[in-house]
Design a protein. Structure first.
Length: 181
């Protein structure tokens, strides 16, 4: 693992940051360029995270098909390599993208997010469990299952004892307040 490898991953993070700053096309282009180079060079360590980052950027930019392609590549890599550290996040993003693709038929999206929660619990990955549960709670809210959404989100949210200034916990708290109101 050399300097170029580390640089490529740094550029993925920069691409994500550009997307967050509203420069989605530029950011997605940079992430895609770096993930393609990592893949071409068979540098697969953390590639699932880079592909998930690409999918997240595509989701935020409304490029659903491109995001689903990145998720498909990430899931193929998980199956091939056995590296499943980010599998829960990949499944959560898949669910969000599927919901964006077919909002009137959320069954596949929900199943993917429920799988993400299960995977995160198996791994003891509480932050990823919180993200996936927040996604599922939003889906349940939109189908008038507010009480169920509030109960499941409160359970994971209340597990945390610190870090309440992080984006994920702030988002979960805001959703809990909305579900309680």
């Amino acid at each position: 693992m050399g300097f170029l490898y580390v640089l490529r991953h740094a550029r993925v993070v920069k691409g994500w940051a550009l997307t967050e700053l509203g420069r989605a096309e530029e950011g997605i282009g940079q992430i895609r360029e770096e993930t393609d180079a990592l893949s071409a060079n068979r540098e697969e360590l953390w590639l699932t995270l880079s592909l998930a980052t690409l999918a997240d950027a595509c989701l935020r930019a409304g490029r659903i098909e491109h995001g689903l392609k990145a998720i498909g590549d990430a899931l193929d890599l998980v199956r091939r390599s056995g590296e499943c550290f980010w599998e829960a996040e990949i499944d959560r993003l898949r669910g969000e993208l599927l919901l964006g693709q077919s909002p009137s038929d959320p069954a596949l999206a929900r199943a993917s997010v429920e799988h993400a929660i299960k995977k995160a619990r198996q791994q003891g990955a509480k932050s990823l469990e919180l993200r996936a549960t927040t996604s599922l709670a939003r889906m349940l809210k939109s189908t008038d299952r507010r009480d169920e959404a509030r109960a499941m989100l409160a359970e994971i949210y209340n597990w945390f004892t610190e870090g309440f200034d992080t984006a994920d916990l702030k988002g979960a708290k805001a959703l809990l307040d909305e579900l309680s109101g």
